[in-house]
Ligand binder design. Structure first.
Ligand code: GDG
Length: 452
C-alpha cells in the first residue's frame, strides 16, 4: 500500500483542542498509518524545516510559523476572509492584501517542505481551506504524485465567492488536485456551477470529472462520518456517571458546538426561550445544556458572538429561572470525549442548528450514542450537510426561532415508537457510512483517478 501523507492546519498535540477535522483524521490515520503534517504553535521567529513531534501508529511533523505569520495566515486570511465567505457571511468577511500575501507565502513554503520529503508513490491528501493553493504550488515543484483535497466546510455560492478578490485563482488551485472532495451533493453542485461560470473548464458528464486545459480532475461528494462503534461503546460506559452528575428536573436538551457564529447558537437560545414562553403548555422544567468551548478567541467576530451568547443566555435564565431550576446551563470549558458521549446517551434531545455547516459531526455522534430501545430525538438544521443523509431527524430552519421552539415541543412529546423509527433510519447510515468508510471511499476514488 502507498504511504499516505496528510496535511491539515491543525494536528493533534498533547492539548488538542476540540474540532471535527482533528478527530476524524486521527481516527483514520491511527488505523491506516502514514504521516500527518500540520502547523506548530507559533513562535517568536519563523523556523525552517519540518519538526517531528510524534511517532507511533502514524508519524507527526509540524511546520513552524512566527506569531506575525500565524496572525495573517490563520486569524487573518483563513479565518477572517475565507471562513465567513464560505459560510455565507460576506457581512463578516474582512480582507487585507497582506493577509493574502502571507497565506500564499505559507502555502509556497509548506509546498517546498513537502516536495523535499515525498517518495514517488506517496499519496498526498490535503485538508481544508487553509491550503487551497497548496497543490498548485506542489505542481510547480514538479510533484506528479496523486494529490487529493477535502474541503470540510461548505462550498460557497457563486455570489459569495465572487466577493473574494483572489477567487480568480481558484480554478487553477482546484485543477492542480486530482480529486476535490466535498461534503454534500449541494456543495458539488455549487462548485461545478462556480467553475462553469468562469468559462475556462469543460464539465464532463461521467464521474463528476472536469477538464481544464491539460488537466482532468474530479469533484465528488464524500459525506464525512464518525467512529460510531467507539462512540456507542464510550456512551454505554460513561452514561451512568454522567447521569449522576447532570441531575435535571425535566427533559435534558443538549447542544455541543465550538463557539462559532456559524453554529446558530444565538437563534438556538432564542428558540429555547420561545419554547419556554409559548410552547411549554405542561409547565415542564427542561434543562438546556450547551457545551461551547471557545474557539478562535483572537478573532473579533468570535469575541462578539461570545458576548452575545452570554447576554441572551443570561436573559432567558433571568426570565425563567427559579430557586431550584436554571433552564440554561452553559459550559465554555472543553469537556472530555467520554463525558460528551455519556451526555449524548443521557440527553432526551440534541439541538444541532447551524446556519451553515459542512457536515456537523455532533448530529452523527448523538445518533451513534443512543440506546436503541429508548433513543433521544435529533433536531437538525436544514443547512447542516448532515441533513442530506439524515432525513429522519426533526428538521428546522435555524433562522426561524419559532420552528426551533415547535420542534422542541414535538420532540419532548414524541411517542416511543416514532422515536425508535426515526432512530433506526438515521443509525443505519451513521453506522455504515462511518469514518473508516469515508476514508476508504475517498482514497479508493483518488486511486481510481490515477488510472482514469
Ligand atoms: C469542521 C466543519 C465538519 C465539541 N466540543 C467539545 C468537543 N467537540 C467535538 C464534537 C465534534 C467536534 O468537536 C465538532 O465537529 P463539527 O463537525 O460539529 O464542527 P467543526 O469543528 O466546525 O468541524 C464541520 C467537520 O469539520 C468534519 O469534516 O463536520 O462542518 O465545520 O466531534 O464532539 N469535543 C470535546 N470537548 C468539547 O468540549 N472533547
Amino acid at each position: 500500500m502507498s504511504r499516505l501523507v496528510v496535511i491539515s492546519n491543525r494536528i493533534p498535540k498533547d492539548d488538542a483542542p476540540a474540532g471535527g477535522l482533528v478527530f476524524a483524521l486521527d481516527e483514520l490515520l491511527s488505523k491506516r498509518g502514514g504521516i500527518w503534517i500540520g502547523a506548530d504553535d507559533p513562535s517568536d521567529s519563523r523556523k525552517d524545516g519540518l519538526k517531528q513531534i510524534g511517532a507511533g501508529a502514524y508519524d507527526r511533523f509540524v511546520f513552524q510559523l512566527s506569531h506575525a505569520e500565524h496572525e495573517k495566515y490563520y486569524h487573518g486570511y483563513a479565518n477572517s476572509a475565507l471562513w465567513p465567505t464560505f459560510h455565507s457571511r460576506r457581512d463578516l468577511m474582512r480582507h487585507r492584501a497582506d493577509w493574502f500575501a502571507v497565506y500564499y507565502d505559507v502555502n509556497s513554503r509548506v509546498a517546498s517542505l513537502i516536495a523535499n520529503m515525498l517518495k514517488p508513490d506517496d499519496i498526498v491528501w490535503i485538508h481544508d481551506y487553509h491550503f487551497l493553493p497548496l497543490a498548485s504550488k506542489l505542481r510547480e515543484w514538479k510533484v506528479t504524485n496523486q494529490i487529493g483535497f477535502f474541503l470540510h466546510i461548505p462550498f460557497p455560492s457563486r455570489t459569495d465567492i465572487n466577493a473574494l478578490p483572489e477567487h480568480t485563482m481558484l480554478p487553477d488551485w482546484l485543477a492542480a488536485f486530482d480529486l476535490v472532495g466535498l461534503q454534500t451533493q449541494r456543495d458539488v453542485a455549487a462548485c461545478r456551477e462556480y467553475l462553469r461560470q468562469t468559462g475556462e473548464v469543460e464539465l464532463l458528464i461521467s464521474g463528476g470529472r472536469v477538464q481544464r486545459q491539460h488537466r482532468t480532475f474530479a469533484i465528488n461528494s464524500f459525506p464525512i462520518g464518525v467512529d460510531a462503534d467507539a462512540i456507542a461503546k464510550a456512551a454505554g460506559t460513561a452514561h451512568a456517571d454522567v447521569a449522576e452528575r447532570v441531575k435535571t428536573a425535566g427533559p435534558l436538551i443538549l447542544g455541543v458546538d465550538r463557539l462559532d457564529y456559524s453554529k446558530g447558537l444565538i437563534q438556538r437560545v432564542e428558540g429555547f426561550g420561545r419554547y419556554l414562553d409559548f410552547y411549554n403548555s405542561e409547565g415542564l422544567r427542561p434543562t438546556y445544556l450547551q457545551i461551547a468551548p471557545v474557539s478562535r478567541g483572537d478573532v473579533t467576530a468570535y469575541q462578539d458572538i461570545r458576548q452575545q451568547l452570554d447576554e441572551i443566555a443570561g436573559s432567558v435564565n433571568g426570565s425563567h429561572a427559579d430557586l431550584d431550576w436554571t433552564p440554561i446551563r452553559y459550559v465554555r470549558r472543553n469537556v472530555s470525549r467520554d463525558v460528551i458521549s455519556g451526555l449524548y446517551r443521557h440527553a432526551d434531545i440534541c439541538l444541532v442548528t447551524p446556519l451553515a455547516d459542512g457536515m456537523n459531526l455532533v448530529a452523527k455522534e448523538f445518533i451513534a450514542a443512543q440506546a436503541p430501545e429508548d433513543p433521544g430525538v435529533l433536531i437538525l438544521s436544514q443547512f447542516a450537510g448532515a441533513a442530506e443523509q439524515m432525513e429522519d431527524a426533526l428538521p428546522v430552519n435555524p433562522f426561524d426561532t419559532d420552528s426551533i421552539a415547535a420542534a422542541i415541543a414535538k420532540a419532548i412529546s414524541m411517542p416511543i415508537d416514532e422515536r425508535k423509527e426515526r432512530y433506526l433510519s438515521q443509525s443505519r447510515s451513521v453506522f455504515s457510512e462511518d469514518i473508516a468508510w469515508w476514508g476508504r471511499t475517498y482514497l479508493d476514488r483518488l486511486a481510481s483517478m490515477a488510472v482514469a
